[in-house]
Design a protein around this ligand. Structure first.
Ligand code: DSN
Length: 432
């Protein structure tokens, strides 16, 4: 076949990525996941070519009758799963979901209270990100490394004095649920609103293991749909307040123009999977994280939040200062095909982002590929071989590739009965 060389070059890059990350690595990035075969099959359809600015029934373009149907369907499925009145599914990322929420609830010159990036805030929560781009000022919520959480008493004092317009909870380093109830009460007592960014833990909420912050008093929850919630990359916003919803929705066009419609069928399928299998998946995820943390400690690697039991989420964070820092460790783990990211820890200064104290792991993706507690004990040994015992990463890489061969299949949903998987295969064989 005669094709321009450039085509083969592109193909080679894609194939190399696919065989490496999909089949040869232990993927432990806490913000990633893999869709089921059914969701993936429904991702690439004609919908990805279309424009449908506006809301169902009120579009700026013709030709959107089935786009309306899928947008309404996915909103309905998500509303039911999360038991909320209003869902805005059109944000193409969690950051844009935050932009929509902040813009709807605050004006330039207002103030938002947020933890620091080192204590877990996502960059979009801060003056370096969306908050700053919207001209909203940032004050810091105090974080206790004893509790590995927001210091509620101190936070309440700060809120009372500074009277911010917004309080932003939720985090990218998120080991224990933030105190939504207390801080929502504090926010409402001064007429402020609470936005909870549940991007990382949306799948744990869908599985009923973490409480939906909207049910604890948050005014708005933002999220992304591809971390512990194993759907296509994207964002969403939810609220129970109709006026807030109208304000949010009116800002989608500001930040998004056309939304990425082809996400919706895959998001709908993932939502259905989570309805039926989300609880067992979320439970296994948090069990794996806890076991992984304990196994790392047993191997001589310091895990943060020891006195709090290390984690109640999908994440585990290690403090690798004495091994040369997060940048060095994340890089040598990558040489062994163990993929994680360097991460600031609360005592780090923001300028240390290029070599922070920590490395962050997430167990959610490998849990979906079938890893259980004993498998994460093995992963902890492989990591310790490199970090503690100083073994050659190239030698460990061979072991990792062998180990990963046992975990390559994602089923329709986590822990599906075999007959269900067969039905999905038959369905997929029919083509779209
Ligand atoms: N930066 C992402 C994370 O890894 O947590 C969140 O968008």
């Amino acid at each position: 076949m005669l094709l321009p060389n450039e085509i083969y070059e592109v193909l080679k890059i894609v194939r190399s990525h696919e065989s490496w990350r999909r089949f040869e690595c232990i993927n432990l990035i806490a913000s990633e996941n893999t869709m089921s075969p059914l969701a993936k099959a429904l991702y690439v359809t004609d919908m990805m070519h279309r424009y449908a600015e506006g809301r169902p029934g009120k579009r700026f373009y013709q030709g959107s009758r089935y786009i309306d149907a899928i947008e309404l369907k996915v909103s309905e499925l998500l509303s039911c799963l999360f038991n909320v009145r209003f869902i805005e599914p059109r944000a193409p990322s969690g950051t844009i979901a935050n932009a929509i929420a902040f813009k709807a609830l605050a004006d330039a010159g207002d103030t938002a209270a947020v933890v620091s990036i080192s204590s877990g805030a996502h960059i979009s929560h801060t003056s370096r990100g969306i908050l700053g781009a919207l001209g909203i000022k940032q004050i810091e919520l105090p974080f206790s490394t004893e509790l590995w959480n927001i210091d509620v008493d101190q936070a309440m004092k700060i809120i009372e004095v500074a009277r911010p317009k917004l309080i932003v909870l939720g985090a990218s380093l998120y080991l224990f649920p933030h105190p939504t109830k207390q801080l929502a009460e504090a926010a409402h007592s001064i007429g402020a609103r609470l936005v909870h960014d549940a991007a990382h833990v949306l799948g744990l909420i869908a599985g009923g293991i973490w409480t939906n912050p909207l049910h604890e008093g948050a005014d708005v929850v933002t999220a992304s749909t591809h971390k512990t919630f194993p759907g296509p990359q994207g964002g969403l916003v939810m609220t129970n307040d109709e006026n807030v919803f109208k304000a949010l929705s009116s800002h989608v066009l500001t930040f998004v123009s056309n939304h990425h419609i082809h996400r919706f069928p895959a998001l709908a399928v993932t939502t259905i999977e989570m309805k039926y299998f989300g609880e067992s998946y979320a439970l296994q995820t948090i069990r794996n994280a806890k076991t992984f943390a304990e196994a790392l400690v047993a191997e001589g690697i310091p895990v943060v939040a020891e006195n709090m039991g290390y984690t109640k989420s999908h994440m585990v964070a290690i403090d690798v200062r004495r091994f040369g820092g997060g940048a060095k460790i994340a890089k040598i783990l990558e040489e062994a095909n163990i993929i994680a990211n360097k991460n600031l820890l609360p005592w780090d200064r923001q300028e240390e982002a290029y070599n922070p104290s920590g490395v962050r792991f997430g167990v959610q993706e490998m849990t979906r590929f079938g890893m259980r507690e004993k498998d994460f004990e093995e992963v902890a040994k492989l990591i310790a071989d490199i970090i503690v015992r100083g073994r050659d990463p190239a030698e460990i890489r061979k072991k990792v590739i062998e180990f990963r061969k046992m975990f390559t299949k994602i089923y329709y949903g986590f822990d599906m009965p075999e007959e269900f998987n067969k039905s999905v295969e038959e369905f997929l064989n029919l083509g779209i």
